[in-house]
Design a protein around this ligand. Structure first.
Ligand code: BDR
Ligand code: CA
Length: 374
C-alpha cells in the first residue's frame, strides 16, 4: 500500500494542523497564512522520499518512527529493527507496537541483526530503560513481523526500485552493512543513506565514540567505505536538540494515540533519569535525523571525508572527519609494512555531515507533526 493515509491532501493536513493550533498547543507562526504564505512547514512535496527506517527502539527511535509515519514528505516502505539500545528481542516488538500505535499496520516490519557483526552487544538500557521505551508497559503488539529477514527485505525493496530508496539508519549499522556484504552489487542501487551516528566533536559512550558506531564499528566502516551518498547527523548537532518538560506536556495534552504514547514514553524516561542523574532533558538524536529529510533547513550540511576507527583499544567507533586533504594515518610501526606500501588515502568527501542545527525549528516541526489529530 503506497499512499500515506494520514493526510490525504495538503488541505486536509492544514485543516488538522489548525485544530491543534486552536487547542493552543502550537504558535500560529508555524502555519502558512495570508501574511506569510511562504511558510511551507506543512506543505508536503509532490513526490515523497521513499525510505526504509532502520532502528533500535529506543526512546528517541520511538519518536523518530512516529515523526516519519506522520509526515507526508516521507513514504516509509519498511521498518527494520536491529539490536542496539536494547536486544533485538525488545527492539522488534517495540518497532511492531510503535507502528501499530501509529495505525500503520500496512508497513512491513522485518527482524534484523541480533548481534553486531563481530562484537558482543553493548546496550544503552541506562538511557532508554530496561524495555527500551522508558519502562512503559505497552500491550503486546498484534502486528507480526514479515517472514523475511531485514536483510532480505531491504535487498528486495532496493532491487525492485533501483535508485529510489533511501535508508534512514538510526541505530547501529549492522543491518545495512549486512545488506552490503551479502549483495556486493547493490550499493549503486541505493539512493542514499541518512545516518544518525558518529560525531566530529567527541563521543557519548566513550570520549571518542558515539553509541551507534561504538556498538558496531565494523558495520559503520563498511557503510562509510561503500561509495553510497551518505548524510551523517551526529552528536555535533543532535546533542543540541534537547526535549524538555514543556514539550512533553504539549504532547501529553494532544489527544491522539501517537502523541499520547510519545508523551508516556518521554515522561516515564524523564522520571526514571531524574531519579538516577537529575537529568531534565533528553536529546532527540533520531528524530532530528528524520526531520532533516522532511525539512532540510533544520541543519546545515558540510562535505567531509569520514573514516571510522575500528582497531583502537579505546577509540573503536570513533568517526574522523577530514574537511580537506591530506588524509594522514598514524605513523607505521617500526615492525610493520614500509610506508611506501601504504599510500595516503585520497581526500574525496564521502559524507555530508550536519554541522549546525536550528533547534527551535526542529521542535516546531516535531510537535506539530506529533500533536496534530490523527
Ligand atoms: C544514538 O544512540 C542511541 O542510544 C540513540 O537512540 C541514538 O540513535 C545516540 O548516540
Ligand atoms: Ca537509535
Amino acid at each position: 500500500m503506497r499512499s500515506n493515509n494520514l493526510f490525504r491532501n495538503r488541505r486536509d493536513f492544514l485543516r488538522t494542523s489548525a485544530v491543534t493550533l486552536a487547542a493552543g498547543a502550537l504558535p500560529s507562526s508555524l502555519f502558512p497564512s495570508k501574511e506569510n504564505p511562504a511558510n511551507t512547514y506543512f506543505a508536503p512535496p509532490t513526490k515523497p522520499h521513499r525510505i526504509i527506517l532502520d532502528t533500535d527502539p529506543g526512546v528517541d527511535d520511538a519518536i523518530a518512527i512516529f515523526l516519519a509515519l506522520r509526515s507526508p514528505e516521507l513514504h516509509v516502505e519498511a521498518v527494520t529493527p536491529v539490536c542496539g539500545n536494547v536486544p533485538l528481542s525488545l527492539t522488534l516488538p517495540n518497532a511492531l507496537r510503535l507502528v501499530e500505535i501509529a495505525g500503520r499496520a500496512d508497513i512491513p516490519v522485518a527482524a534484523g541483526a541480533a548481534t553486531p557483526l563481530v562484537r558482543r552487544l553493548v546496550t544503552a538500557k541506562y538511557a532508554h530503560g530496561s524495555n527500551g521505551l522508558g519502562g512503559v508497559d505497552f500491550a503486546e503488539p498484534k502486528l507480526k513481523p514479515v517472514p523475511e529477514t531485514a536483510t532480505e527485505l531491504i535487498r528486495r525493496i532496493v532491487r525492485a526500485n533501483p535508485g529510489e530508496i533511501s535508508i534512514v539508519a538510526v541505530g547501529p549499522l549492522t543491518n545495512v552493512a549486512t545488506v552490503l556484504k551479502s549483495d556486493p552489487t547493490i550499493a549503486p542501487l541505493i539512493k542514499s543513506i541518512v545516518i544518525m551516528g558518529g560525531s566530529l566533536s567527541g563521543g557519548n559512550i566513550t570520549p571518542a565514540a558515539e553509541f551507534n558506531f561504538y556498538v558496531d564499528p565494523e558495520a559503520a566502516r563498511i557503510v562509510f567505505d561503500s561509495g553510497i551518498p551518505l548524510t551523517m547527523v551526529g552528536l555535533d548537532v543532535t546533542r543540541k536538540v534537547l526535549i524538555r518538560d514543556e514539550q512533553v506536556r504539549a504532547l501529553e495534552a494532544a489527544q491522539n494515540p501517537v502523541s499520547q504514547a510519545a508523551g508516556k514514553i518521554l515522561r516515564a524516561n524523564f522520571d526514571r533519569l531524574h531519579k538516577t542523574s537529575n537529568a531534565v532533558d533528553f536529546a532527540m538524536h533520531d528524530p532530528l535525523t528524520v526531520a532533516q529529510l522532511i525539512e532540510p533547513s533544520v541543519v546545515t550540511l558540510k562535505d567531509f571525508f569520514v573514516e571510522i576507527e575500528t582497531t583502537g583499544e579505546l577509540t573503536a567507533g570513533q568517526s574522523l572527519g577530514y574537511a580537506h586533504g591530506p588524509v594522514r594515518r598514524s605513523p607505521p610501526l617500526e615492525t610493520g609494512q614500509p610506508a611506501a606500501e601504504s599510500p595516503e588515502p585520497e581526500f574525496k568527501p564521502n559524507a555530508k555531515v550536519a554541522v549546525e542545527v536550528d533547534p527551535d525549528k526542529f521542535f516546531r516541526l516535531l510537535l506539530a507533526r506529533l500533536a496534530s489529530p490523527a
